[in-house]
Design a protein around this ligand. Sequence first.
Ligand SMILES: NC(=O)c1ccc[n+]([C@@H]2O[C@H](COP(=O)([O-])OP(=O)(O)OC[C@H]3O[C@@H](n4cnc5c(N)ncnc54)[C@H](OP(=O)(O)O)[C@@H]3O)[C@@H](O)[C@H]2O)c1
Length: 301
Amino acid sequence: METQWFPLKLLITGASGLFGSKLAEIATSKGYDVYSGYSKDKPTYGVPTHFDITEKIKVEKVFSKVIPEVVVHAATLTDVDKCEVNKDLAWKINVEGTKNIVEAAKKNNAFLVYVSTDYVFNGEKGNYKETDPPEPLNYYGLTKLKSEELVENTLEEHCVVRASVIYGAQPAAGKINFALWLINKLENKESPKVLVDQWNSPTLNTNMANMTLEIIERKLTGIYHISGATRISRYEFAKELAQTFHLETELLVPTNMTQFSWPAKRPKDSSLDITKAQQTLKNKPLQAQEALEQLKKELNN
Ligand SMILES: NC(=O)c1ccc[n+]([C@@H]2O[C@H](COP(=O)([O-])OP(=O)(O)OC[C@H]3O[C@@H](n4cnc5c(N)ncnc54)[C@H](OP(=O)(O)O)[C@@H]3O)[C@@H](O)[C@H]2O)c1
């Protein structure tokens, strides 16, 4: 029988980030007791809880003070190119930081949700299921996969959720996201270059946060792909975005990956198969068009 527990003492790492900030906002509005972890950018929702996940003693102190029933671990060095050029830093934050969080969760018997990525896959096939073997192309993906393994090998009660190109209505952790960047460029009549040969499953942070909360409330375990429901190229997504916001699609400049020289390799097609989430969850992964309509509503509020 499924567990249903509510309201919960929830500790979020990365609560100032694109996903974590939306999770903290919705969880707070639902009555959760939210502790919002951050290292530099003070979160808006929940009780701001300052700690660096790489500092083991500080992590332990926070856990013994908060005693969370649930931990959503989203704090990560997400800059893919920075991870490639500064591997020591990427390992320290993404893997050693995760080890500290996982060990503290174990000690405190907390249910842990680890937030992972489509970048654990090599992108040769696309439409990846939870059961497909991961094979990261870049160092960021490798650190996320190693962290997934740490979670799986240390904790009995855990869930790994994977998403893909997250976007949302608010800048977070000092950064804008793909959707806001594109809207801004088109509003200023600039001509953004957009890839025609990279496919993924864009994920609205609100949709992802609602699915994560349902996973927590039902204490679902294992791996779940909780991205948006549409496999789409960056260019086609940009076109849908422009159309939704009545902006000029003609300004978009179709570009190939070969025209960029990033330090980190990108998977060509890292789209995720969301059948499991669709069949299991009441909060379904949204189609790109539905999610963009929701983004528009959020921006108008
Ligand atoms: N963004 C995407 O397109 C995408 C796609 C798939 C999966 N994901 C996954 O989704 C999760 C959330 O990503 P996001 O885009 O929301 O992240 P983000 O906006 O880049 O924010 C990163 C968060 O991690 C925190 N953080 C970084 N280093 C830290 C440290 N040493 N100690 C404590 N906190 C630290 C940051 O806090 P401060 O700002 O306070 O330092 C911030 O809250 C990550 O696990 C990522 O791998 C992201």
